[in-house]
Design a protein around this ligand. Structure first.
Ligand code: UD1
Length: 342
């Protein structure tokens, strides 16, 4: 077996992708980034280099362009693919469904077809807890919790991509598949060299919190305080992005241990639910600042509460989250301040 594994990382300059590239390099893997920077920046590659001391091979191209992508498969003897490249904003997907279906589904199909043609063995797919919709029985979801109809075109693309992978697996493909269903990734690299880079007005909670605290936005609106939860605000499972990145390393190692075709789907969360108010209070505690926020109406499409049952991640991958939500908020805030200094 080769000493260094070559892993294609689509969307490797994105938020989760860039943190995963760092962890891969630090463990001796050779990630090859493909990203067209439409939702990131080439400075992310500088940030990765600042952390690990080497510059990962990077191709600036659109994963939905199969002929361009095939050149990368032809150039590198790939041991695996980690497929992140996708759009991920729920609201935007409602306004631009075709853009979401085209981008998210086409890019997966290209990666799968080329993996088969070039005999790549291991495939990790970036899925999401959004596939569960609002769970009916309990807010803690296992991988066997029945999938509800997706709340948004974004959610539907993740369900479709999982379905495509399942069909390819059933058809007798020799690929080994792992779908990782992420809960809510937050935080930044503790070095502050990389982090979340929302373009324009952020839609996710933590970038909104840190940008409000930095004075870039006036006020955070808490979407709804009449939910059936501890304090009336929604509950989510916020996972530090470095922990999430590490789940990919464990996932890749697990794939390599499989003797033949495989397909596994695993939740990646902390197992703990936290309310929007708790996030705000934790932010105020760690930053020493008072955040300007107010209650507003519910956001359409929001689920009331959801968090991960992490038993399978522990048993199958030997992985569990190590960092707290405080750690994530400290890192996100340091990252925000660093961006403000530049
Ligand atoms: C959703 C998906 C997640 C996906 C993510 C991508 C679910 C359960 N989760 O996350 O899988 O990866 O989109 O974007 O479908 N909030 C406010 N004010 C704000 C922003 C957010 O109160 O300005 C609240 C929301 O109502 C929600 C919580 O903060 O309760 C988290 O919201 P957000 O960060 O947008 O993530 P989700 O919608 O949970």
């Amino acid at each position: 077996m080769k000493e260094t594994r070559n892993i294609l990382v689509t969307g490797g300059a994105g938020y989760i992708g860039s943190h995963t590239v760092v962890e891969l390099i630090q463990r001796g893997y050779n990630p090859i980034i493909v990203d067209d920077f439409r939702n990131s920046s080439s400075e992310v590659i500088d940030g990765i280099e600042a952390i690990v001391g080497t510059r990962p091979v990077t191709y600036e191209l659109d994963v939905t362009c199969k002929s361009d992508l095939s050149k990368v498969f032809a150039t590198h003897d790939l041991d695996g693919v980690i497929h992140f490249a996708a759009y991920k904003a729920v609201g935007e997907s409602v306004d631009h469904p075709l853009m979401y279906y085209r981008n998210n589904v086409d890019s997966l199909i290209n990666c799968l077809e080329l993996s088969e043609v070039f005999g790549v063995k291991n495939f990790v797919f970036s899925s999401s807890c959004t596939v569960y919709g609002q769970p009916k029985e309990s807010s803690i979801v296992t991988e066997d919790t029945p999938i509800q109809e997706a709340n948004s075109p974004y959610g539907a693309t993740k369900q479709m991509c999982e379905r495509i992978i399942s069909d390819v697996h059933k058809s007798g493909s020799s690929l080994r598949f792992l779908n990782l269903r992420y809960f809510n990734p937050v935080g930044a690299h503790p070095s502050s060299h990389i982090g979340e880079l929302p373009l324009g007005r952020p839609s996710n909670l933590l970038p909104f919190v840190t940008q409000t605290a930095a004075g870039l936005l006036n006020e955070l609106t808490v979407f709804g305080n009449d939910y059936n939860t501890v304090d009336g605000t929604c509950i989510r499972d916020y996972i530090h992005v470095v922990d999430l990145a590490n789940a990919h390393i464990k996932g890749f190692q697990w794939l390599e241990l499989q003797s033949g075709p495989a397909l596994e789907t695993i939740n990646v969360g902390t197992g703990h639910g936290i309310s929007v108010l708790e996030i705000i209070h934790t932010f105020e505690k760690v930053s020493g600042l008072q955040l300007n926020w107010a209650y507003g109406p519910r956001r359409s499409g929001d689920v009331e509460q959801i968090f991960a049952d992490t038993t399978k991640a522990k048993n199958c991958l030997g992985w569990e989250a190590e960092r707290s939500v405080e750690d994530a908020i400290v890192d996100a805030w340091n990252w925000q301040k660093k961006m403000g200094d530049e």
